[in-house]
Design a protein around this ligand. Structure first.
Ligand SMILES: *Cc1c(COP(=O)(O)O)cnc(C)c1O
Length: 360
């Protein structure tokens, strides 16, 4: 069986090199005589694997030393609560930008723990763009200002970051972390579910400035308390050991691609091929507004649901898998994360052109 080009939104494509290494090391890692899956998380060998993964995150994202890098279970959704319980503890207020379903979910979750406020929303417009922001409306007393840098379902991304002054900027980067350079020092906290652009599902990566932690709500579960996690090196209990090892293999691959800076150029090019194809097409139209377009999730449609379905089916037959849009948006979505090879995007563009020729 041949591998397909997998355009799934997450869990998503991973580098073949990482998968091959994992396969080779499956039964016996180094001279341990066992699989990484079978190792104690407290063993010296596993601790080395863990340390290397964390070091790669720090190196590839240029994480300053005063930031903790944490591996936390419960995925990105767990962090919706984690962020609020750990950080919404000063004024008890926070500003949220509602730019998509996940942003909305984070806002709703935060309501359990304090008084978050929605400062801007594009919900009424079907989230086809990043809402306009007016700094004058930002609450200077907010404990943090929350954004979702890339909106996976709609294919939108913040082209520039809001200026929040002394209020720490918190970002859900689940679907575009490591895809292009971000200056970590501009953020109080960044988190991302692993299964889109880091590695397999199993944890959220949280990068947080250390002066912001240590004031979690007393009700905070220990396993979501950033200070306790930091003090314990993310090992308060058994971490998802294998997922962290696999993430390390993916990060090693990323380093070989020239790191985040190197892959960003490839990503911009990959996205531009698809957007050029859409903009020059008679039958395909982009879903997201141009200024808000994502370089990780490209959404488009024909305007005819039956034709969309036909396209999705034919694409799958041609080895272009999981191109169907999210059920709330419809149409098509090509998720072209770091590990999607340029050849995969080229194949999709060629297929779109061929499909268009056949459907005048
Ligand atoms: C996928 C995704 C989530 C949810 O991630 P889980 O790990 O499944 O909880 C949250 N935010 C964004 C932006 C996502 O893309």
């Amino acid at each position: 069986m041949q591998r397909v080009y997998n355009f799934a939104a997450g869990p998503a494509v991973m580098p073949v090199e990482a998968l091959t290494t994992a396969a080779n090391e499956m039964l016996c890692y180094g001279d341990t005589g066992m699989s990484v899956m079978e190792m104690s998380h407290r063993s010296k060998m596993y601790q080395e694997i863990f340390n290397e993964t964390e070091a790669l995150v720090r190196e590839l994202m240029h994480v300053p030393d005063d930031y903790a890098v944490l591996f936390i279970q419960g995925g990105a959704t767990g962090q919706f609560a984690g962020v609020a319980m750990n950080l919404m503890t000063g004024s008890g207020k926070a500003d949220y930008v509602d730019s998509g379903n996940f942003a909305h979910g984070a806002f709703v979750e935060a309501q359990k723990y304090g008084s978050p406020r929605c400062v801007a929303s594009s919900r009424e417009e079907g989230y086809v763009r990043i809402p306009d922001l007016d700094e004058k409306t930002f609450d200077p007393e907010a404990d943090y200002f929350y954004i979702t840098t890339n909106n996976t379902i709609y294919g939108t991304r913040f082209a520039s970051l809001p200026e929040t002054g002394k209020v720490p900027l918190v970002a859900d980067m689940s679907s575009n972390i490591l895809s292009e350079p971000y200056d970590v020092s501009k953020f109080g906290l960044i988190f991302a579910g692993a299964q889109k652009n880091i590695g397999p599902a199993g944890f959220a990566l949280t990068i947080v400035r250390r002066d912001l932690i240590g004031r979690a709500m007393p009700i905070t579960p220990k396993v979501l308390d950033y200070k306790k996690l930091d003090d314990a090196g993310s090992m308060l209990n058994t971490p998802p050991t294998y997922a962290i090892y696999m993430a390390g293999l993916c990060l090693k691959w990323l380093k070989k691609q020239g790191g985040v800076e190197g892959i960003a150029e490839v990503n911009r090019e990959k996205a531009s091929w698809l957007y050029d194809c859409i903009d020059n097409s008679r039958i395909f139209k982009g879903v997201a507004e141009k200024e808000s377009r994502s370089i990780m999730n490209v959404t488009f449609r024909t305007g005819n649901e039956d034709l969309d379905a036909e396209f999705v089916k034919a694409a799958a037959k041609a080895g272009l898998a999981n191109i169907k849009g999210h059920r709330s948006v419809g149409g098509m979505r090509a998720s072209i994360y770091n590990a999607m090879p340029p050849e995969g995007v080229k194949a999709l563009v060629e297929f779109m052109k061929k499909f268009e020729m056949e459907h005048k």
